[in-house]
Design a protein around this ligand. Structure first.
Ligand code: FEO
Length: 161
């Protein structure tokens, strides 16, 4: 076995977190779809697909290292948001939380001198910079436009992002 039981358990937990994020982002996409804001909807559907890929990368790692795959129960997503700003705030807050979760995995790998896991997890560390930055920028643009002018955010996503 190329992974400790502690790290395998933590990665299994993270698989559930990533799947929960995927479902949450589909739900946020639906919020924008209902408002006919299709660029925002597409952005979140794509983000949902990325989260699923993150879960699959982790899943493959646990299987390949012999840690034993144990997919946990997945948290139910929040179904509605009062406005666009609240939906994107939730996404940013989620990404900051995931950044902390990935750091926790890296801390376990480092404490165990597990260099294989550290190499694997570095991709997730780098990915979180991209994910947090993406949501911070989007939130900034939504706050600038205001709820009544979300069509300008749609135009930004087509031309400016
Ligand atoms: Fe898988 Fe958006 O972090």
């Amino acid at each position: 076995m190329l992974i400790s039981p502690a790290l395998a358990a933590a990665i299994n937990t993270q698989i559930g977190n990533e799947l929960a994020a995927s479902l949450q982002y589909h739900q946020i996409a639906a919020h924008f779809h209902d408002l006919h804001l299709l660029q925002l909807a597409t952005l979140f559907h794509k983000q949902a697909a990325e989260e699923r890929e993150h879960a699959e990368k982790l899943l493959k790692y646990v299987v390949d290292t012999g840690g034993g795959l144990r997919i946990p129960a997945v948290r139910q997503p929040v179904h509605s948001f009062p406005n666009a700003e609240a939906a994107v705030e939730a996404a940013l807050s989620w990404e900051l939380e995931v950044t902390g979760q990935i750091k926790g995995l890296m801390d376990i790998a480092a404490s165990e001198s597990d260099y294989l896991a550290q190499g694997f997890l570095q991709w997730f560390v780098d990915e979180q910079l991209e994910e947090v930055t993406k949501m911070q920028r989007l939130l900034g643009v939504i706050r600038m436009s205001g709820e009544r002018n979300l069509l300008s955010v749609e135009a930004y996503l087509v031309h400016g992002s």
